[in-house]
Ligand binder design. Structure first.
Ligand SMILES: *Cc1c(COP(=O)(O)O)cnc(C)c1O
Length: 354
């Protein structure tokens, strides 16, 4: 013990999926997009005038906000940007979850939420998903200090219908409800269409998955202008220059290339369909996937053993050693070729008696 030990903030940090240095591996463990970003992204990066790097970037990433506002038909004052949606979510937690009452989120969900509640000292209560990993909406009608859940959920990939989302929002008009839509582009309807109807709704999205730009760290929140203003006030009290110039400039290109975006999503959805069919044929069970990943379990083969055996073959998937989900693998949808290698590996592992 050092004399200053008791002055340290003690937190158990979030554990991100591995980012191995070896590029030979098949990486299906962090839900990245297997395809490159829109071609304009590379052009924007290549043509960026280095003299512009002398200057601080725009504090609100205004050029990117303008592009997003035009894309979603929103006002610039309805969009907040941050360094990945993790940054946006952390600021949203600080801005909106300041009650003595606990905030609510599902027991099985994005494992960063309990880390932020711990870091920011926000009381919370988890609400158990049902046996099919579905939200029981009535659980969220109790008095609380705020609500957050991803839709589709992570790591289950299950998408909840917009009517359920709306029911939860309208039963919580006196707190802020955050819908984390990191995977909505692979799924059904976004809650975005509800932000004018409900002033307590914040929708958070990211460029990391469907727009193939995890490395640029771009996330954003959309809501009514009072919520966005409150988030900007917190951000400017903490770090005003967050998003860097290359991210702002290249992000605009990704937003403006709708045809490429649609094509990219279509390819992944096609591969998801064939992956689901092949996994079923191999005897795996899983909630219907709404994201670019499948959350699969096998009645005869233990997930942990599969995880280890796949890793030995340089195929990385995600395994969570946590209650209720410790016999599941979260498998990102890669290219068709990657999924074929994965299926062949699973067949080989499952046919070898251990
Ligand atoms: C990936 C992910 C995020 C964070 O993504 P960023 O790269 O920080 O934008 C947020 N929420 C969920 C549920 C995710 O899966």
């Amino acid at each position: 013990m050092k004399p200053w030990s008791d002055k340290l903030r003690k937190v158990v940090p979030y554990t991100p999926g591995e980012q191995p240095v070896n590029t030979e591996i098949i990486k299906l463990n962090t839900n990245e997009n297997p395809y490159p970003p829109a071609p304009g992204v590379k052009k924007a990066l290549n043509s960026l005038d280095d003299r512009r790097l002398r200057l601080y970037p725009d504090t609100t990433a205004k050029p990117l906000v303008d592009a997003l506002a035009a894309y979603y038909h929103l006002g610039q004052d309805q969009i907040f940007t941050g360094v990945g949606s993790d940054d946006v979510l952390a600021i949203a937690f600080m801005t909106f979850f300041n009650s003595d009452k606990p905030i609510f989120f599902p027991d099985i969900t994005y494992s960063f939420y309990p880390v932020w509640t711990d870091l920011f000292r926000i009381p919370y209560e988890t609400k158990a998903l049902d046996d099919n990993f579905k939200i029981i909406k009535e659980d969220y009608y109790e008095n609380n200090g705020g609500v957050i859940f991803p839709n589709p959920n992570a790591p289950t990939s299950y998408y909840e219908e917009i009517s359920l989302v709306e029911d939860i929002i309208c039963h919580n008009r006196n707190v802020i409800v955050i819908i984390d839509e990191a995977y909505i582009d692979y799924s059904g309807e976004s809650a975005l269409k509800l932000i004018d109807k409900y002033d307590n709704l914040l929708v958070v999205q990211t460029f990391s998955k469907s727009r193939s730009m995890a490395g640029m760290r771009i996330g954003y929140a959309m809501g009514n202008k009072e919520l966005i203003k409150a988030m900007n006030d917190v951000k400017f009290s903490y770090n005003s220059y967050t998003m860097n110039l290359p991210s702002i400039e290249s992000g605009i290109e990704a937003v403006n290339d709708e045809a490429y975006f649609k094509h990219n999503i279509d390819k992944i959805l096609k591969t998801r369909t064939s992956t689901v069919a092949q996994l079923s044929q191999l005897g795996f069970e899983f909630p219907e996937p709404g994201g670019n990943f499948v959350f699969a379990t096998h009645p005869e083969h233990r997930a942990k053993e599969l995880f280890v055996a796949l890793r030995e073959k340089n195929i990385y998937v995600r395994y969570f050693d946590m209650p209720r989900i410790d016999d599941y693998l979260r498998i990102t949808i890669g290219t068709d070729k990657e999924m074929k290698i994965l299926m062949d590996a699973i067949k080989e592992i499952c046919s070898n008696p251990t």
